[in-house]
Design a protein around this ligand. Structure first.
Ligand SMILES: Cc1ncc(COP(=O)(O)O)c(C=O)c1O
Length: 383
């Protein structure tokens, strides 16, 4: 069993909640029958999937036909972009300049193949995207706008509700997707309030298993990525992963039920972290995108030492944080492109640390982080 001193990389992935782990284990033992078979056991497996779908629908405020279970965020995001590329003749797609790779790499690949045209909308100097800039990027050829609900590196929350309202007013019929991987369990996620046509959910970002879901409005067109046995109304064929699907529904329900308590707690810890960082490191500290609305759990910052122009302390600390998106390979010579695109300078981006707190972190964990940072920066200053 992994036992880290302090784990603050929850935007990378979260540990399974105990209740979710128990349900998955029970389903592995008692719900293993093929949900499409004809038996009481198969009916039980199908019932567990139905219960999970109902839970996800209650959380997102949608109907059961509008949810497709997938293997995760990468698949959900790819499914939306690929669908649009096939449904229309060379459609124009608009995304932000800081989407997760599962949107941006997919879009760039479709663009490279000549299947779509693509605009990546730039952000302002504080890592936020202006709804009017998204609107201005849309043309009569635009079929899809895909803007994430919250950024995984900076934690900046984008105003997707306003973006949707503006672009749909200006261009009726245009479809909007949001990647809400980082949002559930941290901020409210309601498809009706957001007005979106597609929304991506990722279980392992809210203490659930490593599977996902895609919300697709009943009237929004969607094509499967895979072809096979017709499961999930043909949208996601393949024998269902019943235990993980069951766990996803419960994790979503628990995340939603605990939202105000957990987000208040994480915000308290994040604000305490930033005030202690400021009091400890003063003008040697840069907190990225701090003037934009941010997720309650995320702080992205860099510390500069007097005798060095900049130092990355992350390699020496005992707490577990990250340099940025866990799935990007960061080298000593290459900062996160998404941080640069969020208005962060090259030098700051090179040395930035992302602390993403979770529901299990405490004020004591923050004290540990600060003490650890003081120790490491003192050591580095002596070098
Ligand atoms: C914003 C965002 N979207 C999508 C994903 C992809 O999720 P997965 O790697 O589980 O497919 C991630 C995971 O890091 C993410 O942070």
């Amino acid at each position: 069993m992994i036992k880290w001193k302090v784990y603050v990389d929850n935007n990378g992935t979260t540990p399974l909640r105990e209740e979710v782990c128990q349900l998955i284990t029970k389903t592995l033992k008692c719900g293993w029958a093929n949900p499409s078979s004809q038996s009481d056991e198969a009916d039980e497996a199908a019932r567990l999937i139905k219960i999970s779908r109902e839970k996800v629908c209650n959380v997102l405020n949608c109907s059961e036909e509008e949810i497709t279970f997938t293997s995760g965020g990468t698949e959900s995001n790819n499914m939306v972009l690929n669908s649009i590329s096939k449904l229309y003749a060379k459609p124009h797609i608009v995304v932000s300049a800081v989407e997760h790779d599962s949107v941006s790499a997919c879009a760039r690949n479709l663009n490279k193949q000549g299947l779509i045209t693509l605009t990546e909308v730039e952000l302002n100097s504080d890592g936020n995207i202006l709804p009017e800039d998204v609107c201005a990027a849309c043309t009569s050829e635009t079929r899809l706008v895909s803007i994430m609900l919250a950024n995984n590196e900076t934690g900046v929350v984008f105003d997707v509700a306003t973006i949707t309202r503006l672009v749909k007013k200006e261009r009726p019929g245009l479809l909007v997707h949001t990647d809400a991987a980082q949002a559930l369990g941290k901020i409210p996620v309601d498809v009706s309030a957001l007005g979106v046509d597609y929304l991506t959910l990722v279980g392992h970002k809210f203490y659930g298993p490593r599977v996902g879901a895609l919300y697709h409005r009943l009237t929004a067109p969607l094509l499967p990525l895979l072809f096979g046995g017709g499961q999930e109304c043909g949208m996601r064929p393949g024998t269902e992963n019943t235990p993980m699907i069951a766990g996803l529904g419960l994790a979503a329900q628990l995340a939603s039920q605990g939202l105000s308590r957990h987000s208040r707690h994480m915000l308290k810890c994040r604000d305490y972290l930033e005030s202690r960082l400021l009091e400890t490191f003063g003008d040697k500290l840069v907190i990225n995108c701090k003037d934009s609305p941010r997720l309650p759990n995320t702080s992205n910052f860099a510390i500069f030492l007097e005798n060095c122009r900049s130092v990355n302390v992350l390699e020496r600390v005992k707490f577990v944080a990250s340099k940025g998106a866990a799935c990007h390979s960061h080298t000593a010579t290459k900062p996160s492109q998404n941080l640069l695109n969020s208005g962060v300078s090259y030098e700051v981006a090179m040395n930035s640390i992302r602390v993403s707190l979770g529901i299990h972190n405490s004020i004591e964990d923050v004290d540990f982080i600060i003490e650890d940072l003081i120790k490491v920066t003192n050591e580095l200053a002596q070098l």
